[in-house]
Design a protein. Sequence first.
Length: 207
Amino acid sequence: MRGGRLAALAPALLGAALARAEVAGRVVDARTGAPIGDAIVTVDARAIRTDADGWFLVDGFPGVVRVRAVGYRRTEIATGPAGAAPLEVRLLPFAPKALYLSFYGIGNARLRHAALDLVRRTPLNALVIDVKGDRGLVAYPSAVALAGEIGAQRFITIPDLPALLRTLHEEGIYTIARIVVFKDDPLAGARPDLAVRRRDGSLFRDR
C-alpha cells in the first residue's frame, strides 16, 4: 500500500499505474458516495488499507479483490484487464443486531434452530458464535496441532464450519466469531509457563 502516493495521483497517473500491471481503486459508501478511509483490501494473502480518500493500489491483476470496513458489509469485486479504469468499490452501511450462541448452543440443534427462527422473524441480522469458548475448547476441527495436544478438541460442536457459514450467509446472516483468549484452562495446564501466576507462584484460576 502506498497511501501517500495515492492521494496525489491524478487520473492520468492512475492510468499509467494500471499499465504497469497494478490495480487501482477507491472504496466509497454505497449510499452517500463518501470515501472510506482505512478500509481493508485483501488480495490473495495480502491485506492493505485504503488512504484517507479511500484509494488503494495493488501490484498485479489478482482477478478479485475483497474489501471490508468497520460499519459496512464486506464485498468483493473483479478486477479489469490492464489499462482498465480504476475500480469503484461501494460498501453498504451495516449495523449488526446480533444474537449470541455459546460453544454448546451452536452445537445444539434445538437452540440453533430457535435462534435462526428468531433472526428470521425479528430485526436481528447477525449471530455471535463461540469458536473458542470460555473453557478454552475449540468448537471446530482445528488444523492447529496444539489444540489437539492440550485437549481443546475434546468436544467438537461445529463439525463442519464452512458448511455452517455457507448456510448462514445464504440467509443473509452476518456472522461474528467469538474467541476467548484470556481464559484458557487447557493451555494453562499444558503450558504453565504461559499462564498468569499468583505471587506465591501458583496458577491463577478465574473463580
